[in-house]
Design a protein around this ligand. Sequence first.
Ligand code: GLU
Length: 424
Amino acid sequence: MPDAAQAPSARAEFNPFVQMQHRLDKATGLLHLDEGLVEILSTPHQELTVAIPVSMDDGSMRVFTGYRVQHSVARGPAKGGIRYAPDVHLDEVRALAAWMTWKCAVVNVPFGGGKGGIICDPRRMSPGELERLTRRYTANLLDIIGPERDVPAPDMNTNDQIMAWFMDTYSMHQRSTQTAIVTGKPVGLGGSKGRTIATGLGVAISAREALRYSNFEGPARVVVQGCGNVGGLGAKLIQEDGHQVIGISDMYGAIHNPKGLDMPAVLDYLKKNGRLEGFPGSENLTNNELLELDCDVLVPAATENQIHSQNAERIQAKLIVEGANGPTSAAADDILQDKGVLVVPDILANAGGVTVSYFEWVQDRMGYFWEEKDVCERLDRIMVSAFRDVAEAADKHQTNMRIGAYLVGVERVAYCHNLRGIYA
Ligand code: GLU
């Protein structure tokens, strides 16, 4: 076993890139990969930091900082979302880019991994300011993006409208409409049916497979952290599968009803009121109380670093299905494993989004669009086979599903590096 089997220090525990590297070291150790190849896999292929000047509505000018990291292009164009948030930082974007590399390889779609981010608070910006920010950011990336080079998508706080502006800006520079430059676009503008629900659907499929894998009988009691595109839609789909969603949270707090929440009504309530608090028939909880609720399945679908060395011991769920990227630290992995908790890791459980992004990119390039039923069926098949590959790898190496997923992803990327060789 590599020495990286030791948990990282507490300070490093909240650095997503350190956390990614820790798992990567475990996987490359088990695969006995060449040291030089490990260095290639650990090093982002290309990173760009850009200054983004924006004219604000009040007449002032502000400069925002944006990033795009391409972790790998070994299996195909870099692929991954763009997030807008006040706390975006380069190591976070690096980790998210690397996770995209392993994720695309786990579901076997022909992409590398990338991620972008802008340090901003989109809730305090007008639509006009967001449009100018997006267009200038796109223009700043022109030298490194393209349908065959790097294909962004939505991530935290970005959506189909932002992708439409991105696509338009790129297309204006190319003097032709290039829909395949981004995915997650509106349907009717090169978007794919089923893309909006894809990540939530992938999470629901992963939960279904994991419950089956662990021989769980009967309806499960499910707790979901996050009520956005992933958590909210995922919870609704999990409930449609016959399970009981007993708790869910948003950025302000959580609601709990041990008899089960009616998810369509919860989503309606959130839309009308802007927050979950006060949903009829539920009690309010803090986010921490939510994570530690007595339940069968926990779906962290909010952000990074939610389950860590300080709270992992108190998690009561038997199964964790990671809708967010990086919600669990490496130290927490070990604690959860000792407790016998089965964790379906992010790079498998939330891969539904990028899988349908791949379908969208294919449809754009074909100029031929599929029905939602076909999208969902194809997604289901891919998720089931990825789940099986990961479970088999974990079993073969007597490790957990997190490292199983890294083994599958890393081995596929390493295979391409070995065949391609180094251009000199
Ligand atoms: N942002 C999503 C993720 O983290 C989707 C990326 C994509 O579709 O390219 O997987």
